[in-house]
Structures are given as C-alpha cells and as structure tokens.
Design a protein around this ligand. Structure first.
Ligand code: UDX
Length: 461
C-alpha cells in the first residue's frame, strides 16, 4: 500500500449485517464507490454466500465470506438471538481479522465500512489501523431516537400518561410513532441491545454515513451533525434509476430470495400506466393469518390490478383459492425485482410495511404509498411518509390492531384516484426529482461521497 501517493487506488471492505434490508443499501453504496474508482470487497457470512440466489459482480467488486459461527444452517441454528449475536461478535472478529491478514500480502485494505449493527467491525478496523466508516442503513430520524435512548435522554419505559414525545430535530411524535423496540418496551431485547450498541464506540469512527439525503431529513441531519459528524449519502438506489451519468449496473445484485423477474415484468408491461397496486412487506415481516385475509379481500374489493409479493414462508396464510379466483386481476409472486417494479410506469401505488429501503425506493421513484407498518423502525418511517413528506397515507387499525379490508380498499382509492390523493401524487413527483438531485453531480449526497472517496484516494492530504 503506497499511502500518500496521488490517487492511490484505495481498497474498502464493506461489512453489512447479513439480512436483505442491510445488504441492499450497502451493496448499492459499494457500486457508487466502485464507479468512483475504489476497489471494493463485500463481506457476507459463509452461510449466506452458500445459499444466496444471485450475485453478479464487476471487476472492482469482489465477494468474500467470514463466519458468524453458523456456517451450515445459518441464524436459524442459533438457540436465541442473544446466542447468535454473541457468537457472531466472537467468530466474526476472528475471521474478519484473518481476512485482513490475508489481504496484507496482495491487496491491503485501507478502510472498513461497517454496519453499526456489527459495532465490533469498528474495533477490528482500529486494531488494524484502518480508516473506519459507520454506515447507518436506517433513517436519520430513527437513529436520532435510538441515540436519545442510548444517552438516556429518552427514558424507558415511557409513562402511560405520556401522549407526546419531544425529541430535538424531530416533529412531535406520538408514542406509537416510535420504533417498536422503544414503544413496546422489552420486546426483542437482544435486537434492541444491538441497536443501542451502535453508539457505544461510535465516537472512534472516522466517518458516519447515513442512507438518506439532506433535503429529506434536513432538520434532523442538521441537528445530529452538531454532535456527530453524520453525512447523508443516499438514496443508494442503483444509479441507472436516478443518475443519468451511470447506466450500466442494472444486473448487479445479491439476493437472499429468488426474484421472479420475467413473469412480473411481462405482466406489468401488459397493464396501463399507474393502474397497479404493488404490495410487499419486505424480507422479514410476518402478517397474522387474519390480517393476510383482510388484505387479500381489500385488494379484491378495490377492484384494482395488484402485484403482491408473498414470501414462500407466508403463502399458507393466503385465503384458499385466492390466487386462482383473482388471477384476472392479480399476480402473486414469492419475490420480485422491487426496484424494477417500482420504476415501472404501470405502478400507481405501493402498499408497504415502510422498511427504510422500501420507503426510500418508493420516494426516489415517485410511487405514492399506503403505509402499513409492522415493527422495528417502520412506524416512524410511516409517520414521516404521511405527515412530513406527505407522500402517502397510513392505514387505520381496529381495536384488535387489524387493518380491515374496507380500510385497505379505502386507502388504495384515496391514493390512486380523485381529488383527495392529488397532493400525494404531486408530492411523489416532487420527491423523485429532489432525490435525483441529491445524487446527481454536485448534489448534496454526491459531494459527501466525493469527499469520502477523495480522503481515501489521497490519504496524506
Ligand atoms: C429490514 C427492516 O425490517 C426494515 O424496517 C429496516 O429499515 C431495514 O431492514 P426489510 O424488512 O427487508 O428490512 O425491508 P426493507 O428495508 O424495505 O428492505 C427490503 C429490500 O428488499 C428492499 O431493498 C427491496 O427493494 C427488496 N425487495 C423486497 C426485493 O428486491 N423484492 C421483493 O420482492 C421485496
């Protein structure tokens, strides 16, 4: 490694938490960096490398694997989340260190871009004297909430009498707008601990990158920047959808599920512009059987065309014969190429769980949303979709927490037709343009990425 040399070709190792919702944005970011001339190694777990459905690389991005201690059966083999995370920390630290040692002889690594869910990635970077960059895959608003909990500035559990929560940088929130780990105190303790741990060594990170863009979260980004050097670098949507300069990275992905691409795209090609409701709850959320039934009937009642992603593990909850009965109106697939789908002109609305990637993707591709959050950060994202970005509405639940079929049909109609949805549809177009500007040359995110890249290319300056 020849530090100090002009335009040194820096080598970045990228370490995402091994789930689809974290791999996608970090891989997309890897592509941006690769286009800007960095050498990239993406690191996944051995189990994931063995089982993933799709990976096509380019000369500048290679794939390597470390161990989480469950190389044969993956996370499902762990006794509990606590056990999984503890072993991953231990074995991950060891095997990541081995990987770095191995690279010393050929192409030494200069920087680790780590997912702060794996906060030990930063400790490894420090041990090897490397540049470290935390990459937050969730919104800045959500990170700000977690940070306040970590600093004990937001005390948990919330008092039952507390009707509103005031956190600097954020609009006034109702308790149910907070991430589920905060609102439902005590739920998923291991995951919550991992989330709070993101901040435990963060002050040692050289860079703090967040998958968002400045105009989207201006107030909270500016607020956080007062005490943490956060840099917005998103949306990390593949450049071919957003950035006219780069058109060649369409087929580059890493998928845990197998997308049914041809069937979906052919079906969409046969539909009229903005006539289809796209429905997906991401890679993890599980709906109750009753909720699944209400959703199915809601789609049917709306009388709109629909493309619904029902993962194989969720399929048994579909009402009997539903796909056959609705085959003239709907297509149900186990996984789809979501970005291509959202970018298709046939899509008129997205019923979404509001995972951060899905939210950013819909925003950046100008698709109005019906927000139906399930857990983790999704309620907070839904709040912003409805009240701040005004790009969708949120479904109302009955007293049992169920979103009924009439409500689903109402929301679809609200967003897709008539005067009431006009503002939402207008805002969808507006946000698409603003997202593009952020990543376009000299855009706010592009500048932040440029600064990051040039600091690695010219380490002495
Ligand atoms: C998880 C959390 O649940 C989410 O709340 C958090 O913000 C990120 O991690 P996930 O639930 O999978 O992610 O949702 P999301 O963030 O929306 O990520 C799903 C990704 O899978 C998106 O990039 C989406 O484009 C992709 N996807 C989804 C497909 O490619 N095909 C599909 O059929 C469905």
């Amino acid at each position: 490694m020849e530090k100090g040399k002009e335009n040194h070709k820096a080598h970045c190792l990228i370490l995402p938490y091994p789930i689809q919702g974290h791999i996608n944005p970090m891989l997309q970011f890897a592509k941006h960096l690769s286009h800007k001339g960095l050498k990239i190694t993406l690191v996944v777990t051995k189990f994931l490398r063995k089982t993933m459905q799709e990976f096509s690389g380019s000369s500048n991005i290679s794939l390597e694997a470390i161990s989480d201690g469950f190389d044969e059966g993956g996370r499902a083999d762990a006794e509990s989340s606590e056990a999984y995370l503890a072993l991953f920390r231990l074995v991950g630290t060891e095997t990541l260190s081995e990987l770095l040692e191995m690279h010393k002889t050929d192409s030494a690594v200069d920087c680790i871009i780590y997912d702060p869910f794996l906060s030990w990635g930063l400790d490894v970077a420090k041990k090897f004297g490397l540049v470290s960059a935390a990459f937050f895959t969730q919104s800045c608003a959500v990170n700000n909430i977690y940070y306040h909990v970590y600093k004990k500035e937001l005390k948990l559990p919330l008092l039952e009498t507390e009707k509103f929560v005031n956190i600097p940088g954020l609009p006034v929130l109702e308790p149910s707008d907070l991430p589920s780990f905060v609102y439902v105190h005590g739920s998923y303790p291991a995951s919550f601990e991992m989330i709070l741990n993101q901040f435990q060594n963060l002050e040692k990170a050289d860079w703090i990158l967040v998958n968002t863009f400045h105009k989207l979260e201006q107030e909270v980004i500016d607020w956080m920047a007062k005490f943490l050097p956060v840099k917005a670098i998103g949306p990390t949507i593949p450049s071919m959808y957003l950035d006219k300069r780069l058109q060649d990275d369409k087929d580059y992905g890493l998928s845990v599920f197998k997308p049914i691409t041809d069937v979906c795209m052919k079906w969409l090609n046969e539909r009229a512009s903005t006539s289809v409701v796209y429905v997906s709850f991401g890679s993890m959320a599980e709906l109750g059987a009753e909720q699944m039934e209400e959703l199915a009937h809601g789609l049917k009642t709306s009388n709109k065309y629909f493309l619904w992603v029902v993962r194989s593990s969720e399929e048994a909850k579909l009402p009997k014969n539903f796909s056959e009965e609705t085959s003239k109106k709907g297509l149900i697939v186990s996984w789809c190429p979501q970005l291509e789908v959202l970018a298709h002109e046939a899509i008129g609305c997205f019923i979404t769980h509001c995972g951060w990637n899905s939210t950013l993707e819909a925003l950046s591709l100008g698709v109005p949303m019906v927000a139906m959050p399930q857990w983790t950060d999704q309620s907070t994202n839904a709040k912003f979709v409805k009240n701040v970005w005004k790009m969708g509405i949120k479904t109302r639940q009955d007293e049992k927490g169920l979103v009924e079929q009439t409500e689903i049909a109402r929301c679809i109609n609200h967003v897709m037709e008539g005067d009431k949805g006009e503002e939402i549809r207008k805002n969808a177009k507006k946000w698409k343009e603003i997202a593009r500007e952020a990543v376009d040359e000299e855009g706010s995110s592009d500048k932040n990425i440029e600064n990051f890249v040039s600091s690695l290319m010219n380490p002495s300056t």
